[in-house]
Design a binder for this molecule. Structure first.
Ligand SMILES: [Zn+2]
Ligand SMILES: [Zn+2]
Length: 312
């Protein structure tokens, strides 16, 4: 399967500010030496060797991930603001079926739904899955006046809702799908997808430290031996202490969990909206340093970034 990140930010869409852009330009200019300017190759080499936070951005759109399965199915995980960009990918496609899964219904996970052009196109069929019986009512509510100009009734009639039971496995084509209840205000659910012996887990919006020992053990058996785990790591340790029960985790707690669960690739996700690219990359460095300091480094750690593709 191929995993694509359309939105990686938590809580609120976060466009880059002019001040942040200026800080990047200043940091680049401060690094230039006369030798970096002597030829086109030297200039290119200089750019190539800049830190990643200076040459790219983590992205400001909220949670949305697409999975293209080996058996040519399209799965979408949450409909944060990142899903709007995905509209263009499937524009002019005929007879397309999309399976959507919702972790929960906080705004950052549903706000993109009314902006996803295919939901108004009768060439598209949607299967929408969640453990909440009122999913349709919740999605429709954000499109009621005065919140949005187009009512849910203007969407394609080909939208089918499926109620999931936590811990039950369903089969969609060749893919096995399970969901697991997570500790988060109002509850969230993580999803596990298995195809061709590859296991991908999406676990956004979870406060690992607030979960009971029983819940933690339950998470561990659910996450165990995943090839890829996308995990909430919104806060620093300091911030976690200031915001108990806000429903989010830190990168270091994610590293602990990944090590205990024998995860092969950990992707830090649901980035804090007040953190700029430099801060998020510094948290990635901390996570890698922490993993090394514990001596268990047999897994990759990345910061999930808008536009990133991962093949499993
Ligand atoms: Zn969220
Ligand atoms: Zn949430």
């Amino acid at each position: 399967m191929r995993i694509h990140f359309w939105g990686v930010r938590g809580s609120l869409p976060t466009p880059m500010t002019s001040a942040q852009l200026r800080n990047k330009i200043t940091a680049v200019v401060q690094r230039i030496t006369p030798n970096d300017l002597v030829s086109e190759d030297a200039r290119e080499n200089f750019i190539q060797n800049l830190p990643e936070w200076l040459t790219s951005t983590i992205g400001g759109n909220t949670a949305c991930i697409e999975i293209n399965t080996d058996d040519n199915q399209i799965f979408v995980l949450d409909a944060g603001s990142g899903i709007r960009e995905m509209s263009y990918k499937y524009f002019e496609e005929a007879e397309t079926t999309i399976h959507m899964f919702f972790s929960h219904f906080h705004w950052d996970h549903i706000m993109g739904f009314p902006f996803f052009a295919p939901v108004y196109d009768s060439n598209f069929t949607f299967h929408i899955y969640s453990p909440w019986p009122e999913t349709m009512k919740i999605l429709a509510a954000q499109m009621e006046p005065p919140y949005f100009p187009a009512n849910f009734s203007t969407c394609t009639p080909n939208i089918h809702f499926h109620l999931l039971k936590p811990d039950m496995t369903i089969k969609i084509g060749e893919v096995s799908v399970m969901c697991k209840k997570m500790f988060h205000p109002g509850t969230s659910y993580s999803y596990k997808f298995i195809e061709n012996n590859k296991q991908f887990v999406y676990a956004t919006d979870v406060e690992l430290t607030a979960a009971s020992d029983e819940e933690k053990n339950d998470y561990k058996s659910f996450f165990a031996n995943s090839d890829m785990l996308v995990l909430d790591s919104q806060y620093t340790i300091d911030e976690l202490f200031d915001k108990p029960n806000w429903g989010h985790s830190t990168c270091c707690h994610g590293v602990d969990l990944a090590q205990e669960c024998n995860i092969k690739r950990l992707f830090l996700f649901h980035h804090e909206p007040t953190y700029d690219d430099k801060k998020i990359h510094s948290l990635l460095k901390i996570a890698r340093w922490y993993a090394e300091s514990t001596g268990k480094t047999a897994f990759d750690i990345e910061a999930a970034k808008e536009g990133m593709d991962v093949i499993l």
